[in-house]
Design a protein around this ligand. Sequence first.
Ligand SMILES: [Zn+2]
Length: 385
Amino acid sequence: MTLNSHISDVLTLFREQRQLSRTDVMEITGLSRSTVNQRLTALHAAGLISAIGGGESTGGRPSSLFAFNPARAGLLAVDVGASGFTVALCDLQGTPLRYVTRTVNVWEGPERVLGEVLEALDGLGDLTGVWGIGVGVPGPVDFAAGRVVNPPIMTGWDGFDIAGWFRSRFQVPVVVENDANARAAVEARTLQADNLISLKLGTGIGSGLVFNGQVVRGNEGAAGDIGHTRTALAEGAALLQCRCGNVGCVEAYASGWALVRDLTELGIAVSSATQVVQLVKEGNITAVRLVRQAGRVLGDAVASLVSILNPAVIVVSGQLAECEEVLMSGVRERVYQRTSPLATRRLVITTSTLGNLGGVTGLALITADQIFSADAIEELLRLAA
Ligand SMILES: [Zn+2]
């Protein structure tokens, strides 16, 4: 192992465990006392860990209990959704300190949307001391290049250099991530699940996978996108048009926009996923029936993933998650019907406890993972010194 990977690994321990003594670090890493001392000194000099009172201090030696210092720097998170965005200044643990939310349609293109983002960032106040920016977008992302690739709903964004756009204005590292992946990352950390499927059900369907503790992006950033897989249709059922241009996608049957379409066709005036949820909460029989059916379609889709990947948790977020059991009962029914008992023996299927700011926290955490990685930490420590 190189020096930098050791520093990165030791910092990761502090980011996960918050407080550790010198001895804890030696025991967990297996590194020698002198090596651990070097790492702690470097991290302490950079202000990334602080010595705290108590600990195992004996014989007049200085305290040897340390904690991660999340206030050392800030991270900007820009969470762009289909119909609006949230920008936030977060600490190094992803906790939002200040945020601004605005409405804008993502298909108006990058110049328009990012122009509004820039204005909103002004509203966050002093941004000196920001070490990185995480940008979440509702489409497939080439993570290494920081661009969206062939996005179904992001007209005009294909190949646009999002990372370069931010880097030229802020001169800090920029990470671009699919919004559902960012959410999956923070759900996994919150639920302490190394193997998890995260579904975000709003206007569209986003899904992210975390396995072995890592976001699964796949070769082209398209991994886990169950919204545009072909749904298991009942015999004779119509193949419905999806907004991605295909037919028969899960989204065309079980998303917020599909429910709005179906309710409208049945003469019930709704225009958003939020209004669908409202109808369900009021006990509207048609809305309840359609949402329960949507849950079954989702359950079918996710059942294959459960069989293949054997997650510990399926966590559902987004507006439609507020339908609670009306939606979740359909998901559970099909997942348990269509998978092996072994794959579901300890499977937890639940709604998310993270609010609307879960996305920005996830983006900040993924950005922190990047700037604190073995490849990047040397540069960071140089700048921080
Ligand atoms: Zn589709």
